[in-house]
Design a binder for this molecule. Structure first.
Ligand code: FES
Length: 498
């Protein structure tokens, strides 16, 4: 496999990537977000070509012109790395504006660190608080994955007596990431904000996990927790370290940060935020109330319950299209396909439905037990049923939250998609599966809203998070009287009427 070298400024990171890789695939691992989902409309993924060549086709050139960018700029979402490159990443220069409106930050003295503590990946950014400039990004895999990739395995491991080891490992890893961010400099950190789901919060804070492991899955330890560096055995100078508060049993501060990132909390119109990650969290509401739930949808989209499922990383089929020559699969990193990630799964099911290869209930019409997507990657009848369960969980959750607020789908003006693979989702295809039935032009893909929100929290006091929290209400879907009926109603792929 031929590779190219890409150097990123101002972080001075050197990356090796397969030749022809899309810059979305390469950069999103370095904390770069793609707020318009790669439509080329927001311009926030702009990169300046300091060395090397990225050819821009007429459409790309038009977008650059529309955005008023000079010839040395490119949009990463429309670019591929065909040769060695040195790039300046525009996003590291300014705060992400996740919302359509400008995010105005109050300039502060000093430096902040925002940490998204994910079940799978960890991302930390060092931010200059006077300019909101990102000075450094560190990513790592969550070391707890040795005990399994999903939350259930982590809970089981903690219950089996490994809780303190899980806590030690995660604290140590994040401490290391911060040291790397500081890179030997004498910088003193003014504030460090951590966000994550409730299980990650419990494991980081060292809380007893039992209450989250059994019905009714409640914990009295969901509030903010402040630390000092020595408690965490971190050799850094930091005035305030805070793990932000969770919303409810399985809806953590990552979703609170997502609510902040979308700006849905300050709008009169209704919005929806869906994070298709581990817990499949859903938020519906406006500036008066925000209802939040978690669904059991995550594992299918993260590959855990799919026979050849995998995370959105190199080798994963991320999209599937139907062409005259058969199915065309795009693979992250431009390498041979090893498996399929959430967005690929959504596409594959939609394409197979359109092709008449799947029936209304997801049955394989030919009677085969599996369907080949490429020479190596197959979807089994069971995978398709797993996807149907996940689709029904999201659709039923959305319906119940909307109904509780008395809001029709027509009244929802923005639908925000968060999550690691959100940027790759083909919205028309997702709508076809019936998972979220809204007009495609109302969707906004925001990428890692947890990190965006955590960064935004660096510019406000903890009091603001409490105010946001006061707007939210956690709804336990399984306790809703007709949840089962609505869930069963959604167990089909009938084309939606929008
Ligand atoms: S222009 Fe590339 S993500 Fe919006």
């Amino acid at each position: 496999m031929q590779t190219v070298q890409i150097r990123l400024h101002p972080l001075d990171k050197q990356i090796t990537a397969p030749r022809g890789s899309s810059l979305i695939d390469v950069l999103h691992e370095f904390g770069v977000e793609f707020p318009c989902g790669g439509k080329g409309t927001c311009g926030k993924c702009k990169v300046k070509l300091l060395q090397g060549e990225i050819s821009a086709d007429p459409k790309h050139k038009r977008k650059l012109q529309d955005l008023g960018l000079s010839p040395e700029w490119r949009l990463a979402c429309m670019s591929r790395a065909e040769g060695d490159l040195v790039l300046e990443v525009g996003q590291y220069e300014a705060m992400i504006q996740a919302d359509d409106t400008l995010f105005s930050f109050e300039s502060r003295e000093g430096y902040g660190v925002a940490v998204d503590l994910g079940t799978t990946t960890l991302v930390a950014q060092l931010v200059e608080l006077s300019t909101a400039k990102v000075l450094g990004v560190e990513t790592a895999l969550n070391p707890q994955r040795l005990w399994g990739s999903d939350l259930i395995s982590r809970l089981e491991a903690a219950l089996a007596g490994n809780a303190s080891e899980l806590t030690r490992l995660i604290r140590e890893e994040i401490g290391q990431m911060i040291l790397k961010l500081l890179d030997g400099s004498e910088i003193s950190i003014d504030r460090l904000v951590l966000v994550g789901n409730t299980v990650m919060q419990h494991l980081f804070c060292g809380y007893d996990i039992k209450s989250l492991s059994f019905y009714p899955f409640e914990s009295s330890n969901l509030g903010v927790r402040h630390f000092n560096a020595s408690e965490l055995e971190w050799d850094i100078d930091c005035r305030q370290i805070s793990f932000y508060p969770s919303i409810g049993s399985f809806v953590g501060s990552d979703i609170l940060a997502g609510i902040h990132a979308t700006g849905m909390w300050r709008r009169k119109e209704y919005s929806v935020l869906v994070d298709l990650g581990t817990n499949g969290e859903i938020v519906v509401g406006n500036s008066e109330t925000l209802l939040c739930s978690s669904t059991a949808a995550g594992p299918a989209f993260e590959g855990a319950s799919i026979s050849m499922g995998m995370l959105a990383s190199t080798g994963a089929i991320s999209s599937v299209a139907n062409t005259e020559d058969g199915l065309l699969c795009s693979v992250i990193g431009n390498v041979p396909a090893k498996g399929i990630c959430g967005s690929g799964l959504i596409d594959a099911v939609a394409v197979l439905l359109e092709d008449g290869m799947l029936g209304e209930f997801g049955e394989i019409i030919s009677g085969d037990l599996e369907l080949a997507l490429t020479d190596q990657v197959r979807l089994s009848a069971k995978d398709i049923q797993e996807f149907l369960l996940a689709k029904a969980a999201i659709a039923a959750g959305l319906k119940i939250l909307r109904r509780k607020l008395g809001v029709t789908s027509d009244e929802v003006s923005h639908i925000y998609i968060a999550g690691a693979f959100g940027n790759y989702i083909n919205l028309e295809k997702m709508v076809r599966t019936g998972m979220m039935c809204f007009p495609p032009d109302r969707f906004h893909k925001l990428g890692n809203t947890a990190l965006i929100g955590a960064k935004m929290f660096l510019f406000s006091d903890i009091k603001f998070a409490s105010e946001l929290l006061a707007l939210t209400r956690h709804v336990k879907l399984e306790s809703e009287e007709d949840f089962q009926d609505i869930f069963v109603e959604e167990l089909n792929f009938t084309p939606p009427s929008i």
